[in-house]
Design a protein around this ligand. Structure first.
Ligand SMILES: CNc1ncnc2c1ncn2[C@@H]1O[C@H](COP(=O)(O)O)[C@@H](O)[C@H]1O
Ligand SMILES: [Zn+2]
Length: 379
């Protein structure tokens, strides 16, 4: 009984904690209730069989290959302009509700001729969703920065409107060609004044080759667009695939992106290289354990990197797909690795330094954490 009271108090503390989310895929962050509603609509139209889809959505344990099959299904459910707008709006609302004060959402711009969709129109639909959030102040453009210093997260839980900075990263899917990847980078450049500030490389790690995306990532670098790369997310079982995988991890580290995602399966040399690089790592505990990138929470490489004082940020990856939240991920850090509230707070605060937004935003976020420190750490 006592434990559950303590757990409840800690969980509430993690919700109240101001947080920075740097690794969240739009289509992986959709609420299950929304997916079910969309599936029902398509079921009624005879496009899919609702009962089959329902079971897949509600299933909890998922291997990485299953995740990618599921994403193909999600994309059938979500990929029309109005639905993209809806999910973008909901996802921002959900993060803001748990006191995320700065959010980088990443999403793969999609061409879909049948729906009259281009990568640009897909992104316009995302931006429309971000602009249509009603209950929360969404700050989407740097030029919109206001000078007021209204606390964005209110730890005493009063009714002040929440405020959240939102920025967009455009993902290159590993299934894409060099030219499609280049299109995505050029689109990011075109949409710089609409909250797009970075490029991500993601998708099924057993698909595609580093050399295919490299020209696009180099192009981003030339244009001064920051990049984050999914790196070493899972062990490749087949021996003939282990070679390119090792080569790929090396190449990714050599590329020196601004951040790396996951880094679950590095060998000793690569760990050394990563640690000396000081490239910040986006840590996704639940995701890695559910997809097998990490053997268990207790054995997750978070502990090693944290003890080595490597720059880290705690992230959800796919909060919908893995039924988690950023507050829950912080709770798991505390309950698994025994971090104190002060250490947890410093971890959340530290992530401010790794955001892709400009210095003005960073300054404002630092102030949010400074203000929150006294109250949060006193309790
Ligand atoms: C679980 N670990 C993961 N590893 C690699 N890529 C992932 C991922 N989770 C999500 N994605 C990438 O994000 C897309 C869904 O969001 P968007 O359609 O872009 O909004 C997936 O199709 C995949 O490419
Ligand atoms: Zn990811």
């Amino acid at each position: 009984m006592e434990t559950s009271e303590a757990e409840k108090e800690m969980r509430e503390w993690c919700v109240a904690l101001p947080k920075v989310e740097l690794h969240a895929h739009l289509n992986g962050s959709v609420r299950n209730s929304t997916l079910l509603e969309l599936a029902k609509e398509l079921g009624d139209k005879g496009v899919i069989v609702f009962e089959d889809v329902k079971d897949v959505i509600m299933k909890n344990d998922r291997s990485l290959p299953e995740c990618f099959r599921l994403f193909d299904l999600f994309h059938i459910l979500t990929t029309d302009h109005d639905t993209v707008t809806r999910i973008a709006k909901e996802v921002v609302g959900d993060f803001a509700a748990e006191n995320v004060v700065y959010l980088e959402i990443r999403t793969t711009p999609k061409n879909n001729e049948a729906k009259g969709m281009t990568k640009r129109s897909y992104m316009n639909a995302v931006v429309k969703g971000l602009k249509s959030v009603e209950d929360v102040d969404v700050v989407l453009f740097d030029s919109n920065l206001r000078n007021d210093e209204t606390p964005m997260s209110d730890l005493s839980g009063d009714t002040k409107r929440k405020k959240i900075y939102v920025r967009l990263l455009l993902s290159i899917d590993r299934r894409e060609t060099t030219s499609a990847a280049l299109d995505t980078v050029n689109l990011a450049m075109e949409m710089k004044d609409q909250g797009v500030i970075g490029i991500d490389l993601s998708g099924n790690p057993v698909v595609g080759e580093w050399e295919t995306y490299l020209p696009a990532l180099e192009h981003a670098k030339d244009l001064g667009i920051p990049t984050t790369i999914h790196c070493g997310e899972m062990k490749l079982e087949l021996s003939e695939q282990q070679v390119p995988n090792r080569k790929e991890i090396q190449a990714m580290l050599d590329f020196c992106p601004q951040r790396l995602g996951h880094v679950c399966c590095l060998d000793d040399e690569e760990w050394k290289k990563l640690k000396s690089s000081m490239i910040p790592v986006e840590i996704c505990l639940t995701s890695n354990v559910m997809t097998g990138g990490a053997p268990s929470l207790e054995l997750h490489h978070f502990a090693d990197l944290y003890n080595a004082k490597h720059p880290l940020s705690i992230c959800t990856d796919d909060s919908g797909l893995f039924s988690t939240s950023l507050s829950n991920e912080y709770y798991l850090v505390a309950s698994t690795f025994g971090l104190s509230k002060t250490e947890l707070f410093r971890l959340a605060q530290g992530a401010v330094e790794f955001v892709f937004a400009d210095d003005e935003v960073k300054k404002s976020l630092r102030a949010v954490f400074e203000r929150a420190a006294a109250e949060t750490l006193a309790s």
